[in-house]
Design a protein. Sequence first.
Length: 230
Amino acid sequence: MQELNLYSKIEKFLDFADEIEALHQTFKEIVEELNPTSLIDIGCGQGDFLLSLDNKIDTLGIDLSDEAIALAKAKQLNAQNIDLCKVDKKFQCATAIFDVINYIPEDKIGEFFKCCYDVLEKDGYFIFDINTLYGFEDVAQGSLNIDLDDKYISIDAYFEDNILETKIVFFEQKDTLYKKQSGIIRQYYHTKKFLQHQLEILGFEIESAIKFKLHSEDDYDKQIFITKRL
Ligand SMILES: C[S@@+](CC[C@H](N)C(=O)[O-])C[C@H]1O[C@@H](n2cnc3c(N)ncnc32)[C@H](O)[C@@H]1O
Protein backbone atom coordinates (compact mmCIF):
# COMPACT_ATOMS: atom_id res chain seq x y z
CA MET A 1 0.00 0.00 0.00
CA GLN A 2 2.44 2.58 -1.35
CA GLU A 3 0.05 5.57 -1.21
CA LEU A 4 -1.08 4.82 2.35
CA ASN A 5 2.55 4.60 3.45
CA LEU A 6 3.23 7.95 1.78
CA TYR A 7 0.35 9.51 3.75
CA SER A 8 1.74 8.00 6.94
CA LYS A 9 5.13 9.62 6.21
CA ILE A 10 3.76 13.12 5.68
CA GLU A 11 0.93 13.09 8.27
CA LYS A 12 3.05 14.58 11.04
CA PHE A 13 3.88 17.62 8.89
CA LEU A 14 0.24 18.48 8.19
CA ASP A 15 -1.13 20.98 10.62
CA PHE A 16 -4.14 18.87 11.69
CA ALA A 17 -3.13 17.87 15.22
CA ASP A 18 -5.77 19.97 17.04
CA GLU A 19 -8.60 18.89 14.72
CA ILE A 20 -7.68 15.21 14.96
CA GLU A 21 -7.46 15.46 18.75
CA ALA A 22 -10.97 16.99 18.83
CA LEU A 23 -12.30 14.15 16.65
CA HIS A 24 -10.56 11.53 18.80
CA GLN A 25 -11.98 13.17 21.93
CA THR A 26 -15.53 12.89 20.55
CA PHE A 27 -15.00 9.19 19.70
CA LYS A 28 -13.47 8.64 23.14
CA GLU A 29 -16.56 10.10 24.83
CA ILE A 30 -18.83 7.85 22.73
CA VAL A 31 -16.72 4.78 23.57
CA GLU A 32 -16.59 5.65 27.28
CA GLU A 33 -20.38 5.87 27.35
CA LEU A 34 -20.67 2.40 25.75
CA ASN A 35 -18.03 1.04 28.13
CA PRO A 36 -16.76 -1.92 26.02
CA THR A 37 -14.16 -4.35 27.35
CA SER A 38 -12.64 -4.88 23.89
CA LEU A 39 -12.20 -2.63 20.84
CA ILE A 40 -10.71 -2.89 17.36
CA ASP A 41 -9.64 0.36 15.69
CA ILE A 42 -9.80 -0.19 11.92
CA GLY A 43 -7.40 2.08 10.01
CA CYS A 44 -5.76 3.01 13.31
CA GLY A 45 -2.90 4.86 11.58
CA GLN A 46 -0.18 5.66 14.10
CA GLY A 47 -2.45 4.65 16.98
CA ASP A 48 -3.16 7.98 18.69
CA PHE A 49 -6.84 7.20 19.29
CA LEU A 50 -5.97 3.89 20.96
CA LEU A 51 -3.40 5.67 23.12
CA SER A 52 -6.08 8.03 24.39
CA LEU A 53 -8.28 5.15 25.66
CA ASP A 54 -8.41 3.70 29.13
CA ASN A 55 -5.86 0.88 29.21
CA LYS A 56 -8.39 -1.49 30.81
CA ILE A 57 -9.93 -1.96 27.33
CA ASP A 58 -8.42 -4.86 25.38
CA THR A 59 -7.51 -3.16 22.07
CA LEU A 60 -6.23 -4.06 18.63
CA GLY A 61 -5.32 -1.52 15.95
CA ILE A 62 -5.17 -2.60 12.31
CA ASP A 63 -4.10 -0.68 9.23
CA LEU A 64 -3.18 -1.46 5.62
CA SER A 65 -0.10 0.79 5.94
CA ASP A 66 2.84 -1.13 7.38
CA GLU A 67 4.63 2.17 8.09
CA ALA A 68 1.71 3.38 10.22
CA ILE A 69 1.62 0.06 12.08
CA ALA A 70 5.38 0.24 12.77
CA LEU A 71 4.82 3.68 14.36
CA ALA A 72 1.86 2.36 16.40
CA LYS A 73 3.93 -0.60 17.62
CA ALA A 74 6.73 1.78 18.66
CA LYS A 75 4.13 3.29 21.04
CA GLN A 76 3.73 -0.20 22.61
CA LEU A 77 0.26 -0.63 21.07
CA ASN A 78 -1.18 -3.97 20.02
CA ALA A 79 -1.24 -3.26 16.28
CA GLN A 80 -1.20 -5.37 13.13
CA ASN A 81 -0.77 -4.75 9.41
CA ILE A 82 -3.66 -7.03 8.50
CA ASP A 83 -6.81 -6.84 6.38
CA LEU A 84 -10.00 -6.51 8.45
CA CYS A 85 -11.52 -9.59 6.80
CA LYS A 86 -8.61 -11.72 8.12
CA VAL A 87 -9.11 -10.79 11.79
CA ASP A 88 -10.48 -13.85 13.57
CA LYS A 89 -11.18 -12.38 17.03
CA LYS A 90 -14.44 -10.72 18.13
CA PHE A 91 -14.77 -7.35 19.86
CA GLN A 92 -17.49 -5.41 21.68
CA CYS A 93 -16.69 -2.27 19.75
CA ALA A 94 -15.13 -1.31 16.40
CA THR A 95 -14.06 2.18 15.34
CA ALA A 96 -12.95 3.57 11.97
CA ILE A 97 -11.87 7.17 12.49
CA PHE A 98 -10.87 10.08 10.26
CA ASP A 99 -11.80 9.25 6.66
CA VAL A 100 -11.23 5.45 6.78
CA ILE A 101 -14.69 4.71 5.30
CA ASN A 102 -14.11 7.28 2.54
CA TYR A 103 -11.03 5.35 1.41
CA ILE A 104 -13.31 2.47 0.41
CA PRO A 105 -14.95 2.59 -3.03
CA GLU A 106 -18.71 2.15 -3.28
CA ASP A 107 -18.51 -1.39 -4.71
CA LYS A 108 -16.36 -2.56 -1.77
CA ILE A 109 -18.35 -1.00 1.09
CA GLY A 110 -20.73 -3.97 1.45
CA GLU A 111 -17.84 -6.42 1.84
CA PHE A 112 -16.04 -4.09 4.29
CA PHE A 113 -19.16 -3.68 6.46
CA LYS A 114 -19.70 -7.47 6.38
CA CYS A 115 -16.20 -7.92 7.82
CA CYS A 116 -16.98 -5.25 10.46
CA TYR A 117 -20.09 -7.25 11.33
CA ASP A 118 -18.06 -10.46 11.60
CA VAL A 119 -15.48 -9.00 14.04
CA LEU A 120 -18.20 -7.72 16.39
CA GLU A 121 -19.93 -9.60 19.15
CA LYS A 122 -23.75 -9.54 19.16
CA ASP A 123 -24.94 -6.09 20.32
CA GLY A 124 -21.45 -4.73 19.58
CA TYR A 125 -21.02 -1.19 18.30
CA PHE A 126 -19.41 0.04 15.08
CA ILE A 127 -18.61 3.76 15.16
CA PHE A 128 -17.20 5.62 12.19
CA ASP A 129 -17.08 9.02 10.51
CA ILE A 130 -17.59 10.06 6.91
CA ASN A 131 -16.94 13.29 5.05
CA THR A 132 -20.03 15.18 3.92
CA LEU A 133 -20.43 16.60 0.42
CA TYR A 134 -19.64 20.03 1.89
CA GLY A 135 -16.47 18.51 3.39
CA PHE A 136 -15.34 17.25 0.01
CA GLU A 137 -16.41 20.20 -2.14
CA ASP A 138 -15.65 23.15 0.12
CA VAL A 139 -13.05 21.96 2.61
CA ALA A 140 -10.88 19.18 1.16
CA GLN A 141 -10.20 20.62 -2.29
CA GLY A 142 -7.18 22.85 -2.88
CA SER A 143 -3.41 22.97 -2.81
CA LEU A 144 -0.91 23.01 0.01
CA ASN A 145 2.88 23.33 -0.08
CA ILE A 146 5.04 22.68 2.97
CA ASP A 147 8.66 23.79 2.76
CA LEU A 148 10.85 22.38 5.53
CA ASP A 149 14.66 22.44 5.89
CA ASP A 150 15.23 18.97 4.48
CA LYS A 151 11.78 18.13 3.11
CA TYR A 152 9.27 19.56 0.66
CA ILE A 153 5.66 18.43 0.44
CA SER A 154 3.16 19.37 -2.24
CA ILE A 155 -0.51 18.34 -1.95
CA ASP A 156 -3.13 18.96 -4.58
CA ALA A 157 -6.71 17.77 -4.03
CA TYR A 158 -9.49 17.82 -6.62
CA PHE A 159 -13.08 16.55 -6.21
CA GLU A 160 -14.97 15.33 -9.27
CA ASP A 161 -17.64 12.67 -9.89
CA ASN A 162 -17.84 11.92 -6.15
CA ILE A 163 -14.11 11.11 -5.93
CA LEU A 164 -11.48 13.22 -4.20
CA GLU A 165 -8.06 12.68 -5.76
CA THR A 166 -5.22 13.91 -3.60
CA LYS A 167 -1.86 14.05 -5.36
CA ILE A 168 1.05 13.98 -2.96
CA VAL A 169 4.66 14.75 -3.89
CA PHE A 170 7.24 14.37 -1.14
CA PHE A 171 10.92 15.33 -1.48
CA GLU A 172 13.24 14.18 1.29
CA GLN A 173 16.90 15.16 1.46
CA LYS A 174 19.37 12.26 1.42
CA ASP A 175 22.92 13.62 1.75
CA THR A 176 23.21 16.24 -1.01
CA LEU A 177 20.35 14.89 -3.14
CA TYR A 178 16.57 14.87 -2.73
CA LYS A 179 14.58 11.62 -3.00
CA LYS A 180 11.17 12.09 -4.63
CA GLN A 181 8.13 9.99 -3.72
CA SER A 182 4.68 10.58 -5.14
CA GLY A 183 1.26 9.00 -5.20
CA ILE A 184 -2.48 9.59 -5.46
CA ILE A 185 -4.90 8.87 -2.63
CA ARG A 186 -8.55 8.48 -3.59
CA GLN A 187 -11.46 9.11 -1.29
CA TYR A 188 -15.05 8.33 -2.23
CA TYR A 189 -18.12 10.32 -1.23
CA HIS A 190 -20.89 8.11 0.18
CA THR A 191 -24.39 9.33 0.96
CA LYS A 192 -25.99 8.59 4.29
CA LYS A 193 -28.83 6.79 2.47
CA PHE A 194 -26.38 4.44 0.69
CA LEU A 195 -24.46 3.64 3.89
CA GLN A 196 -27.66 3.16 5.87
CA HIS A 197 -28.93 0.65 3.30
CA GLN A 198 -25.62 -1.26 3.25
CA LEU A 199 -25.58 -1.40 7.06
CA GLU A 200 -29.21 -2.41 7.47
CA ILE A 201 -29.10 -5.32 5.01
CA LEU A 202 -26.27 -6.79 7.11
CA GLY A 203 -28.08 -6.39 10.41
CA PHE A 204 -26.70 -3.12 11.76
CA GLU A 205 -29.00 -0.49 13.22
CA ILE A 206 -28.00 3.20 13.10
CA GLU A 207 -28.51 4.56 16.61
CA SER A 208 -27.41 8.08 15.75
CA ALA A 209 -25.64 10.21 13.17
CA ILE A 210 -23.84 13.16 14.73
CA LYS A 211 -22.97 16.25 12.71
CA PHE A 212 -19.37 17.30 13.27
CA LYS A 213 -17.34 20.35 12.26
CA LEU A 214 -13.72 19.21 11.87
CA HIS A 215 -11.97 21.69 9.59
CA SER A 216 -14.73 24.25 9.18
CA GLU A 217 -16.57 26.76 11.37
CA ASP A 218 -19.33 27.40 8.82
CA ASP A 219 -20.94 24.05 8.17
CA TYR A 220 -20.43 20.45 9.22
CA ASP A 221 -17.87 18.58 7.11
CA LYS A 222 -18.22 15.19 8.86
CA GLN A 223 -20.85 12.91 10.27
CA ILE A 224 -20.20 10.32 12.97
CA PHE A 225 -22.35 7.18 12.85
CA ILE A 226 -23.03 5.10 15.94
CA THR A 227 -24.31 1.72 14.74
CA LYS A 228 -25.20 -1.47 16.58
CA ARG A 229 -24.77 -5.04 15.34
CA LEU A 230 -28.09 -6.71 16.15
C1 LIG B 1 -6.55 9.68 7.71
S1 LIG B 1 -5.86 8.23 8.35
C2 LIG B 1 -6.61 8.14 9.97
C3 LIG B 1 -5.79 7.36 10.95
C4 LIG B 1 -6.39 7.21 12.35
N1 LIG B 1 -7.65 6.49 12.32
C5 LIG B 1 -6.59 8.53 13.03
O1 LIG B 1 -7.70 8.83 13.48
O2 LIG B 1 -5.61 9.28 13.16
C6 LIG B 1 -6.71 6.94 7.49
C7 LIG B 1 -6.08 5.57 7.73
O3 LIG B 1 -6.90 4.56 7.16
C8 LIG B 1 -6.06 3.54 6.67
N2 LIG B 1 -6.86 2.72 5.77
C9 LIG B 1 -7.41 3.07 4.59
N3 LIG B 1 -8.15 2.06 4.09
C10 LIG B 1 -8.09 1.04 4.99
C11 LIG B 1 -8.65 -0.28 5.06
N4 LIG B 1 -9.43 -0.76 4.09
N5 LIG B 1 -8.35 -1.05 6.13
C12 LIG B 1 -7.54 -0.58 7.11
N6 LIG B 1 -6.98 0.66 7.10
C13 LIG B 1 -7.25 1.45 6.05
C14 LIG B 1 -4.91 4.32 6.06
O4 LIG B 1 -3.74 3.56 5.88
C15 LIG B 1 -4.71 5.44 7.10
O5 LIG B 1 -3.79 5.07 8.09
